[in-house]
Design a protein around this ligand. Structure first.
Ligand code: 9MR
Length: 375
């Protein structure tokens, strides 16, 4: 199931390059306000770019990216399984294209990600001994981070290393390298990439227990005299459960560590998960049925209004702490691109972003814009 899921997400876009799609043709209206302009004195505004966009095959999306965003994160193309597919083999094609696109359009790249337990190359997924893992870890960070030193604004050096209770996730890196592997990852990244910022990135770290784990982790890196410049709260939230109080407390707590605070993968799902807790763990998948996909044709007004209010509440909070937040990145350009159409249940229709499937700004977009003029 997981294999099937990953195949769809990562490689379908590669195979589909050049094929026509039914969407992505709408012209971008230049009278639409620009997020990056409206918030230019407050925070950098980013989006995640998928393969078609990186390859310049999605003209409408690319136009919208240039109009609306001043930062991009590659959704998949700098992950280890893509960029380091064989032990001695690297594929920098997509990352180089992304860096060139960003440089040409005066956009910052947040590179994602060096060390993550998920989307590892196949050779790292089976019974590696500790020496091989160490060698992979060192080679991967040194080679990839040094190639883009100063060419990318920042790196998510380590991604999702924590469990919900704040303890370290039992990943291959923890098992084979021990609990200091995170400090070591930042130390290697600092050496390989002295001119790019270095961040820790995770979901649900606004939640008290996991936040405490993240704070302990960051303090440990700082105590070792190793550079960490910021923390990314991913921000995969649900319309029925926006944790505003925990977000506010997290901004304050992370800011007190003297590092940048960012929201790095923002989206607000309008669909129910098959479980109670809010997770962005990609391995947690489920089978669907029609009841779990209620807005297949369109989004009812009542839900649109709820989404609009959720975004308004969120950005009102972000504006309150604008001096403490450096970047807000949406996890995708338009609703059609969102991973939430295929997770945790494949083939649903979700509406988590500010632009619809025809790249038209939604009411939520205007509610976000409106928060800027209030303060
Ligand atoms: O959006 C990404 C999706 O296309 C991939 O299939 C998936 C594979 O693991 O990763 C998604 O992005 C994740 C990000 O890299 C890390 N945080 C959670 C994101 C959503 O799963």
């Amino acid at each position: 199931m997981i294999k099937y899921f990953r195949f769809i997400f990562i490689f379908s876009s590669l195979f589909l390059v050049g094929c026509s799609t039914t969407k992505k043709t709408a012209p971008i209206n230049s009278t639409v306000p620009s997020l990056k302009e409206i918030f230019k004195n407050d925070f950098v505004i980013g989006t995640a770019m998928d393969t078609q966009q990186i390859l310049g095959k999605d003209k409408s999306a690319d136009k919208l990216i240039q109009q609306q965003f001043n930062a991009v994160t590659p959704e998949n193309m700098m992950k280890a399984e893509v960029i380091h597919p064989g032990w001695n083999e690297y594929n920098f094609h997509y990352a180089d294209m992304l860096v060139a696109f960003a440089a040409k359009n005066n956009i910052k790249v947040n590179a994602h990600t060096l060390i993550w337990h998920s989307q590892l190359p196949a050779y790292m997924q089976h019974n590696q001994d500790a020496d091989s893992v160490k060698q992979y870890f060192e080679n991967h960070i040194s080679t990839v981070a040094s190639r883009y030193d100063g060419k990318v604004y920042s790196w998510d050096v380590v991604n999702e290393a924590l469990n919900e209770d704040g303890t370290l996730r039992n990943s291959i890196f923890l098992q084979k390298l021990g609990p200091d592997y995170i400090v070591d990852a930042f130390r290697l990244a600092q050496k390989a990439s002295p001119h790019s910022k270095l961040y820790y990135n995770d979901y649900n770290i606004e939640q008290p227990q996991k936040r405490a784990g993240a704070i302990a982790l960051i303090k440990k890196i700082q105590a070792a005299g190793v550079r960490i410049d910021g923390v990314g709260i991913q921000g995969h939230w649900n319309i029925n459960n926006l944790p505003l109080k925990n977000i506010e407390e997290s901004i304050k707590a992370f800011n007190a560590l003297g590092i940048e605070v960012m929201f790095t993968e923002l989206d607000i799902s309008v669909l129910k998960n098959p479980w109670d807790n809010n997770t962005a763990d990609i391995s947690a998948t489920a089978k669907g049925n029609a009841a779990m996909n209620p807005y297949k044709k369109n989004l009812p007004d009542s839900i649109q209004t709820k989404l609009t209010k959720a975004y308004s509440d969120l950005f009102t909070l972000f504006m309150k702490y604008k001096k403490d937040i450096s970047r807000i990145t949406f996890w995708g350009v338009d609703d059609g691109q969102s991973w939430l159409n295929n997770w945790p249940i494949a083939g649903r229709t979700n509406y988590p972003l500010l632009f619809d499937r025809n790249f038209k700004p939604k009411p939520a977009f205007y509610s976000v814009i409106a928060t800027a003029s209030k303060q």
